[in-house]
Design a protein around this ligand. Structure first.
Ligand SMILES: *Cc1c(COP(=O)(O)O)cnc(C)c1O
Length: 463
């Protein structure tokens, strides 16, 4: 055996083990009870007696193990996972490199508070963010626990840098559930209803939404529509930052027309505002590039990341131009747990996994497979109005045939049928009429195919 073949052989073993999320978890859909089964149902009763009503449940199935592309529940059912815990488990659950680094770190120390006595894992994560985020300018990062916290800090940093207050956000945008990020988030139910008053100086303008915009509207035209409102209603000189998801997540996987992001970014540069890309859902290999902005060569001033960054442990970051990031005074940013050492170890394991297994390439392949099948499905079922997305971030929008009228009922029915048949899918969209598919990037292709087959069956059952 040549060295070359030998290396290939070893690589394939690594791949197989990682695909399996540990060697002993079979990569299969297996239903041994109804979904949910009796053990999950019993746990659900205990849950409802002690967990606050405000915490929702998409699928009342209690998980016992997970890895690769499956979730195994307490009744022994093995479900295909097209949700990744909302775009978090991109490297698969309990990925080998994540487990190994977390175990090593958790046995050494669990917390010192980086602001009290630092440790190298935090620095190493910031070095990785410096290397992987768009642009080769000088950068700095700050680490936090959740996406919402990262977005709040991006706004704080932009305000400190510009000495301005206004924040511009978009229709259908989602940025979190804390007070400031509720104000930035578009959708009332369930995120904002009864929770006001909201933070001031937040202004919402139209998103580029090719499926719903006038036919032929370019990205530049959609940007002009939004920016004209900003100039007339807010005033360019008052804008601290424009905050946008380069591909929207909760709002319906809306992919703006080409040129939209670049025009917004250029306007920010011309007007002294900070362009913030919220890549919390679209980042870390999900769309087939490290970040969704990379696809169009857009270089944001600040990038917020979370979700896929740490293989399931809570970690978030703001990364951006050194001169903007360094605007707040010493001690002005932070938090007790931000950049926790165990979460940093997990992030380093997740990033290592993405690089070793070329998960950007896997995301592109998953996107090709899913899109081809879904486009075919759309030609059969006229309730599918649009198929869109990029890489392994793909959605179908359901409308009443021949119209733009959202069909949330059909969307819920398809999701419910998928769940009962052992496929975890999530819905999203301002009108709740979008099915979103976010498989772990390590999902074996046979499971991807089988999952799409389950989805097909669910559409057939609608009739
Ligand atoms: C999930 C999400 C957030 C909020 O992240 P949390 O960790 O839930 O606070 C912010 N922005 C985007 C784009 C998201 O998808």
């Amino acid at each position: 055996m040549t060295n070359h073949c030998h290396a290939g052989f070893r690589r394939s073993i690594v791949l197989a083990m990682t695909d399996l999320g540990g060697p002993s978890l079979p990569q299969e859909r297996r239903l041994v009870t109804a979904v949910p089964g009796p053990r999950s149902a019993a746990l659900m009763e205990r849950r409802n007696a002690v967990v606050a009503r405000g915490i929702g449940t998409t699928l009342p199935v209690f998980v016992e193990r997970a890895g690769g592309g499956v979730l195994v529940d307490v009744d022994g059912n093995s479900l295909i996972d097209f949700g990744s815990g909302i775009a978090v488990a991109s490297v698969g659950n309990a990925a080998d490199a994540v487990v190994a680094r977390v175990q090593e770190q958790v046995a050494r120390f669990t917390h010192t508070c980086f602001m009290v006595t630092p440790y190298d894992g935090y620095v190493e994560v910031c070095e990785a963010l410096d290397r992987l985020t768009p642009g080769d300018h000088e950068k700095r990062s700050a680490l936090f626990n959740s996406g919402a916290e990262a977005v709040e800090n991006a706004v704080k940093i932009a305000r400190a840098h510009t000495k301005r207050q206004a924040v511009v956000v978009f229709d259908h945008g989602y940025h979190g559930r804390t007070n400031l990020t509720m104000a930035l988030t578009a959708k009332n139910m369930p995120y904002k209803h009864s929770f006001g008053p909201f933070a001031p100086e937040v202004y919402r303008v139209p998103m580029s939404y090719p499926f719903r915009d006038p036919a032929g509207m370019t990205g530049e035209q959609a940007a002009a529509r939004a920016l004209d409102l900003v100039e007339k209603q807010v005033g360019a000189d008052n804008v601290a930052c424009v905050v946008i998801e380069p591909i929207q997540g909760e709002g319906g996987f809306v992919v703006p027309a080409p040129g939209f992001l670049a025009a917004l970014s250029q306007w920010c540069t011309d007007n002294g505002a900070v362009f913030v890309a919220d890549e919390i859902q679209s980042g870390f290999a999900r769309t087939g590039d490290w970040f969704a902005c990379d696809h169009e060569g857009v270089v944001p001033d600040l990038v917020t990341t979370a979700k896929g960054i740490a293989g399931g442990l809570p970690l978030a970051a703001v990364t951006g131009r050194a001169e903007i990031m360094d605007a707040p005074h010493v001690g002005g940013l932070g938090g007790t747990y931000g950049g926790n050492p165990v979460a940093c170890a997990a992030a380093l394991g997740a990033i290592e996994t993405m690089e070793t297994l070329d998960l950007c390439g896997r995301a592109r392949r998953i996107g090709e497979v899913m899109t081809a099948r879904l486009v075919e499905l759309a030609s059969t079922y006229d309730v599918i109005g649009d198929v869109r997305g990029r890489g392994a971030m793909v959605a179908v929008e359901l409308t009443r045939p021949g119209t733009l009228e959202p069909d949330a009922a059909a969307t819920a029915a398809v999701a419910k049928a998928c769940h009962a048949d052992g496929l975890v899918v999530l819905t999203c969209g301002t009108h709740g009429n979008v099915l979103r598919l976010l498989p772990p990037l390590v999902m074996p292709e046979h499971l991807l195919d089988e999952g799409l087959g389950v989805l097909e069956k669910a559409f057939a059952g609608l009739a």
